[in-house]
Design a protein around this ligand. Sequence first.
Ligand SMILES: NC(=O)c1ccc[n+]([C@@H]2O[C@H](COP(=O)([O-])OP(=O)(O)OC[C@H]3O[C@@H](n4cnc5c(N)ncnc54)[C@H](O)[C@@H]3O)[C@@H](O)[C@H]2O)c1
Length: 299
Amino acid sequence: MTLPDTRVSADVRTGDAGIPTAVPARVGVLGGGRMGAGIAHAFLLAGARVHVVERDAAAADAARDRVETALSRSSQKGVEIPDADTLIVGTDTAAFADAGLVIEAVPEDRALKLDALARIEGAVDGAAVVASNTSSISIDALAGSLTRPERFLGLHFFNPVPASALVEVVTGAATTPEVVGAATAWVEAIGKTAVVVRDAPGFASSRLGVALGLEAIRMLEEGVASAHDIDTAMELGYRHPMGPLRTTDIVGLDVRLGIAEELERAFGARFTPPALLRELVAEGHLGRKTGRGFYEWSE
Ligand SMILES: NC(=O)c1ccc[n+]([C@@H]2O[C@H](COP(=O)([O-])OP(=O)(O)OC[C@H]3O[C@@H](n4cnc5c(N)ncnc54)[C@H](O)[C@@H]3O)[C@@H](O)[C@H]2O)c1
């Protein structure tokens, strides 16, 4: 039996297929929240001019603060940071007109993303690549709102972006190999490692990560071991840098519950959220951000 290989071929990676593999000179980011600001920061450090577009002026100010804070942290670590005028923050998607790549990072809401992507496509040049940072919505479902789905794909960055080495490059049914090749090269040019994943619920990382997290919660429910000991088993026994329950606390129990529900719809009972997860979320114990999840978190 031959195992499927989703990796892009060497000739596509070297840019022979027509899309430059150097980081685009102009990059757009729609939504400058936690992820969008991190993505903007990564492309600024790689030498791109970055336009961040937010929903209103107050959100634009907050987005600017987030990117500038990230840049000043990099500067304190001795990283050379670009001139201030390479970051442009505004509220009008017309700013994306000359971008080679635009990434949407608005909240995880299908209708909002469909609208955001249609607005991006209406603003960009036909040669631009458009990407979504969705963590759980099908790339093919999002492509449904686009007239150029062949130039659309998922670029799933991880939180916090500056500290994360991974980006999942998620290929839709219509995404061309050239677009996948260029996007993979851009990810590598900003200093991260790309894994290429076919559009499937949970991609590679969330599906496996959530499966482990849900089983750990069931074990806690069944009294198999304490949260601390379940995590230690994975950290020392399997060399995971962090156990599944602590990871769930950091990601947010509400975020994990949302992804589990999406995966349950796709794969059935093996992703049914455990009662304990639902109870903690209903009580407002969402993990580190609320001070309590499977652990107590102090300031
Ligand atoms: N936070 C994570 O751990 C994480 C990890 C990977 C992927 N993601 C995905 O990244 C995306 C963004 O998540 P986040 O955590 O950065 O959310 P966030 O709430 O921090 O940021 C979203 C930003 O989008 C802006 N926004 C909302 N509507 C807008 C609109 N119509 N036009 C322009 N901007 C708009 C908001 O003002 C906000 O600044 C989601 O799809 C999420 O699933 C998040």
